[in-house]
Ligand binder design. Sequence first.
Ligand code: AMP
Length: 480
Amino acid sequence: MTFSDLGLSEPVLKAVTEAGYVEPTPVQAQAIPYVLMGRDLLAVAQTGTGKTAGFTLPLIDILADSRARARMPGALILEPTRELADQVASSFDKYGKYTKLSKALLIGGVSFSDQEKALDRGVNVLIATPGRLLDHFERGGIMLNDVKILVIDEADRMLDMGFMPDVERIVKLLPQMRQTLFFSATMAPEMRKLTEQFLSNPKEISVARQATAAETVAQGLLRVSTADKREVLRQLIRKENVRNAIIFCNRKRDVQILWKSLEKHQFSVGALHGDMSQPARMEMLARFKAGEISILVASDVAARGIDIQGLSHVFNFDVPIHSEDYVHRIGRTGRAGAEGHAFTLATADESKYVNAIERMMGKAIPVVTLDGYEPGTEDEAPRSRDRRGRRGAAKPAAERAERAPAAPKAAERKPAAAKPAAAKAAPEREPSRPIALDEAKANRRRPRERANDEADDRPVLAFGDHIPAFLLRPVIRKSA
Ligand code: AMP
């Protein structure tokens, strides 16, 4: 199958050839003909499958003859994050270079007036995050009654981040007669319910098993003690042939700490987290893409939508608490058929999250070891090691944090290649089994909880369903 078999126009085919694509990916081969026919689409496709071109290419052809009207887009693409929206906008430029279509990008963190000017010039396609789009609508800066095609991309992410009410509001502002394309990496029952609201007799396609990690990603699980995490990570990076990598942390404060720590150890490293301004994030991303820095420490939200061609490694410094994030994280590598590597560091405390991930994927993550490294048991974890690697007395956390030689130096240890532990005794792990429905449900965050994976760093504004811990503590009466 070639791109020209799919019914795309010459200008689009020319741009595709220049992008270096030889063959359509499965999601492209399945989706493009139906989108060109005008059918609604329900696509279960994870990131890295080429889904962006799957909707952008036919969209360009469908809109090719339409006139760009000020403030009245003919197509709307909704994305959960600024980075992802920015990336779709770049794809649109890349694939639409031989057409006269115009686009506007409406994302937070950028001035309204520049976006308004772009809208005034006339737009065929609007690429937006839901919140910023509604802001423009409420200011009267945009009319949505000419939208003929709606794309809801990364719908599971929208749900995770609590954006679905905004998406539902937006959909109500659009004409009933339209074509809707809906993309999601997973299709939980609650998601299917939503699709019934948005789609009409859709063509359903699925390019990967639900919540399956890309086959081209070699995965490894490394058991570590809490106190050794940073040291083990450094060794692993040095031993692996890392060209460029993203290291994921669960919390933005840990992103900051790990970034500074790796910098101190002379790694070429940058970071992305929610507290950075949009220009600072964009600059960091540009430096990473240009190869000026080879490692990026990031949180899930900040890294969402990053597309780096040929990313060689993903490291999970923390096991993601929500299993679906594992698939999203490791999907950053092994893209479009290229081989990738994903290593996850797991403490004993994190085993429950590993089990949940393995149940979701229906298979175990192979355990790998670093020669010469044995994790202590978790009750030993707070203990430090002296320069010879002997375990010592527990020290206060503040003292433990980033002491220079917290553990034996890499050089003092045997050469440590991460190698499969198949020959070793299998660790005691629950056998993999498909996740039960109620477990899957329990494992999903409610929108309020999931609004941002950094939410626990934000101040609590109102109690809502959050009960402050002090209210739950037993009252101790003081004797008179
Ligand atoms: P996506 O899943 O849309 O984020 O795309 C993943 C990556 O695959 C992007 O870097 C695309 O440039 C690349 N890509 C998309 N389509 C193809 C194709 N047909 N052949 C090779 N690479 C592709």
